[in-house]
Structures are given as structure tokens and as C-alpha cells.
Design a protein around this ligand. Structure first.
Ligand code: SF4
Length: 464
């Protein structure tokens, strides 16, 4: 495959490259644009003009340096083995391939895409989306040989984006709804995805019917279709193996896949918990569940939420504490679709443990929330401080309030002389918490303690 006619380098070496605001020539999509999307569609062979690139709206060379543009990417593909189940997987490869372009950064997925082109690459001559189209077409055809015909359309015209937007959102919804009829117990195979390991080397997504991929772009059906056509690709089958704990979502096959794919860094995962050996988080998650220790509950915030959340921190600060392919108890990357699942954080209390979320997420998942809790979980329109949150939860008699009572009764743990806390294998301690901090790993450690003190982190409150 040759890229000699492309004015910048193309290669896996550029994956993970960041383009900072001061270095960018233009930003396409991203948080400043309300509507943006990328979508792949399966077509009939006769519906596609092979290798055609279309640009609707201003091209890169027509844009002002340092400007922002709305953006849409349409990838249409055809081939004997192409089926609608593959759309999500083909679409997700756009993230990988755009990041192969020197000086281009692609973040997120679907209706959340955020792309930057660097000034350097623009100055080298990468001044048209035509080049990006050629790169995508060549990479798709060489990496996915089931694609026999492909055409790519880029849209920067705001009216054109507007006119297609609702239809595209409903396509995403249809895909998501399809996986809702199936339960994790009914299948003997889950699917793994390692596409994000270039950003987070120990991260593995385990995609089950009831735990959608963190990025919200790949369902169990998508995983199955991708593993079938390309079993050695980044999406692969994970036989469930022995069910170690059905309630926690712990399976020997999943543990084994983690051990292999994370090179031994992650060995055990409880799929339905944000606290106890949680599923790892790369950086592409749609939302974060974050612990609010003052109320012993979890808040949820999504990528598009502007400004600070109820704990005074914005999404970006908590994303730093969550990402990187680690298992951080209490900071958990997830998709919005997972919030519609009956398995949603069930080990931690599910919806009974959620104490705050943005209005726009609430609207999207409202009908999937248990009726009795819907009006007891505040959003930014009702509560924006921890003190107000406590008052609100008490007034509403939110189920989490019961946990405060239980905690009062169980925090005195005093080992007798000679007792010790054995640590089997490895223990990780986080120091610093939100916004950074350090991680200390004790291997094969035994810790002796005369007394264990558990302290609440809220001001003025402590128990011994
Ligand atoms: S978030 Fe997970 S499923 Fe989505 S691309 Fe990354 S590894 Fe794959």
C-alpha cells in the first residue's frame, strides 16, 4: 500500500499523538460543535462508486487557521460478506485510521467525534479532506478485505449536518436497542476489544450483551460479526469459561483474556462493579461513574457536560483519574447504553447508588431507571454542591441514606494482637485521588496493624 501521493507520513507510529490547541490548524467536530458524527453504512454493490471521495462544505484549505468546524464522516461500504452488524465495527476503525495520519488526532466516536489537524501537517501540504479520504479508503481496503467497494463523504456544511443528524442518531439507537433483548446468561461467548491499547496498553473492553463497550460504539452483536470475519483482529471472542460469580460478573474466560491481553497487569475483573476489581477504562469512555465519598454514592458525568459537576470537578479532571487502562475503585469509565442495562453496577447497588447525574443523561436513560428512584436522583438543575446534595438525598429518602446509618455501625475494626491482614499477591493503594496522585503497588506484602482506622473524607466527619 503506497501513500506517496499523501503529503504527510501515514503509520501506526502516529497513533497516540496529541495535537494541542496552540498547534492546531483546525478543529473538526469537538466540544465546541453541538452536532457532529461519524457513521458507517452497509450498502448494495450497485449503490457505491468505488473509491469516490465527496466533500460537502468548505475544505481544509478554505478554513481559517485556528478555527473550528462542524464535521460529519460518512463511510459507505459494500461486499459479499458485508452486513449491517459490521457497521459499528467499521465505524470504530475510523478512530484508528485517522490517528495513523501524521499531525491528525481523532478522539471519541459516533456523535462525539473530535478531530484536530496540526499546523505543521497543513503546512506540509495536507490541505484537503480528499487526502484523508484516500488514506481511509486504502487502509479500510487493505485491513478489512471483506470491503470490496467503499466511498467516503465528509461534511463541513452546518445545514447538511443538521439535515442528516436526526436520522443518524436513530440509526445508533436502533443498533443499541438490538442488543437489549439478550442477557449475559444466555450466551457462552463474550467479545474483547483491544483497539484502544495504543492509548492504554493494559486496557481490554469486555463486550457482553448487558455490558456495552465503554466507548458506546460496539455492541455484542458488532463484536460477534467482527470476530467472525477477522478472528485475529482487534475484536476477538472470549469464551466465558467457568462462572466464578454470576452476580459480580466474574468469569474465568474473561480473567484469562485480561491476563493475556494486559500482559499480566490485570488478572481479575468483576464486570458489574465500579469498586471491586472493576472493568478497566481506556480514555474513550462516554461517561464516568465517580465516587462521592461524602454521601457514599456515585455520580455520573458524560463527556459533553460543560463545567463542574456536583463535587466541584469537571469531566476532564475526573477522566484523567479514570483513564489509562487501570482498575481505579470508584472511578469507572462506561457507556450510556450500559446505564440502560439491568446489570448496571449491580454489585454496588445499581441505580440505588446513583446520587447525581446531568439532566441530558437523565433524559436519555429515564425510561430505564427504576420508577421509584427516578425522581430521587438530582441533576445540575437541582443540586450543585455536596452540602445541598446531602440535604436533597435526605429529603427524598434516597436509598443511599440507609447506607449512612449502616456505616455508623460498622466502622470499628480492631484486630487483636498478632492478627494481620494478609495480602494475596498484590495490593494497590491510591494516594491523592481525583486529579492525579500516585499509585503504590505492594507485591507479596503482609501488613500488620494494631488498629485500623476508617475515616470519612468529608469535612469534620470521622469515625474510629
Ligand atoms: S473503548 Fe473499548 S470497545 Fe471501544 S474501541 Fe476502545 S477498546 Fe474497543
Amino acid at each position: 500500500m503506497s501513500f506517496e501521493d499523501i503529503p504527510v507520513d501515514i503509520g501506526v507510529v502516529y497513533e497516540g499523538e496529541r495535537v494541542r490547541g496552540k498547534d492546531m490548524f483546525v478543529e473538526l467536530g469537538g466540544p465546541k460543535m453541538e452536532k457532529k458524527f461519524e457513521v458507517a453504512l452497509a450498502r448494495e454493490m450497485n449503490e457505491i462508486e468505488d473509491e469516490k471521495v465527496t466533500i460537502i462544505g468548505p475544505d481544509l484549505k478554505d478554513m481559517e487557521p485556528g478555527s473550528y468546524s462542524p464535521f460529519g464522516i460518512f463511510i459507505e461500504v459494500a461486499g459479499k460478506e458485508i452486513e449491517p452488524d459490521l457497521e459499528g465495527v467499521i465505524e470504530r476503525r475510523v478512530h484508528e485510521y485517522v490517528n495513523f495520519v501524521e499531525g491528525m488526532m481523532h478522539l471519541n466516536q459516533r456523535y462525539d467525534i473530535w478531530i484536530r489537524l496540526s499546523k505543521k501537517s497543513f503546512e506540509k501540504g495536507f490541505n484537503s479532506l480528499e487526502y484523508l479520504g484516500k488514506v481511509l479508503i486504502r487502509l479500510f481496503k487493505s485491513e478489512m478485505n471483506i470491503i470490496e467497494k467503499i466511498q467516503v463523504t465528509f461534511i463541513t456544511d452546518p445545514e447538511e449536518i443538521d439535515s442528516r443528524y436526526d436520522d443518524i442518531l436513530s440509526r445508533y439507537n436502533e443498533r443499541d436497542a438490538r442488543a437489549r433483548g439478550l442477557s449475559d446468561a444466555e450466551v457462552d461467548t463474550f467479545y474483547g476489544c483491544s483497539l484502544c491499547q495504543s492509548f492504554a496498553p493494559t486496557h481490554v473492553c469486555t463486550i457482553t450483551p448487558q455490558r456495552y463497550a465503554n466507548c458506546g460504539a460496539i455492541s455484542w452483536f458488532d463484536g460477534r460479526a467482527a470476530a467472525r470475519v477477522d478472528p485475529k483482529g482487534p475484536l476477538y471472542a472470549i469464551p466465558k469459561g467457568e462462572t466464578i460469580d454470576e452476580y459480580r460478573g466474574e468469569f474465568s474466560g474473561v480473567n484469562q483474556a485480561y491476563t493475556e491481553k494486559s500482559l499480566g497487569k490485570v488478572n481479575s475483573v468483576a464486570l458489574y462493579s465500579a469498586f471491586e476489581r472493576p472493568h478497566t477504562s481506556c480514555g474513550c469512555f462516554e461517561a464516568i461513574a465517580f465516587v462521592i465519598p461524602e454521601v457514599d454514592g456515585l455520580g455520573v458525568v458524560h463527556r459533553d457536560f460543560k463545567g463542574d459537576t456536583v463535587n466541584g470537578l469537571p469531566f476532564s479532571s475526573m477522566a484523567d483519574s479514570t483513564a489509562g487502562g487501570r482498575q481505579i475503585p470508584g472511578f469507572h469509565g462506561l457507556s450510556i447504553e450500559y446505564m440502560r442495562s439491568p446489570k448496571f453496577l449491580q454489585v454496588d447497588g445499581g441505580w440505588d447508588r446513583i446520587v447525581w447525574l446531568p439532566e441530558s443523561i437523565k433524559e436519555r436513560v429515564y425510561e430505564f431507571m427504576p420508577e421509584e428512584i427516578r425522581d430521587n436522583i438530582p441533576t445540575e438543575t437541582e443540586v450543585m454542591s455536596i452540602d445541598d446534595l446531602k440535604t436533597y438525598l435526605k429529603q427524598k429518602d434516597h436509598p443511599v441514606v440507609q447506607r449512612w446509618v449502616e456505616l455508623e455501625d460498622e466502622t470499628d475494626i480492631t484486630p487483636t494482637e498478632g492478627d494481620y491482614v494478609p495480602v494475596p499477591g498484590e495490593m494497590t493503594a491510591m494516594i491523592g485521588g481525583v486529579g492525579g496522585g500516585i499509585e503504590i503497588i505492594f507485591k507479596n506484602a503482609k501488613i500488620y496493624a494494631e488498629k485500623v482506622i476508617i475515616r470519612r473524607m468529608g469535612k469534620g466527619e470521622k469515625k474510629k
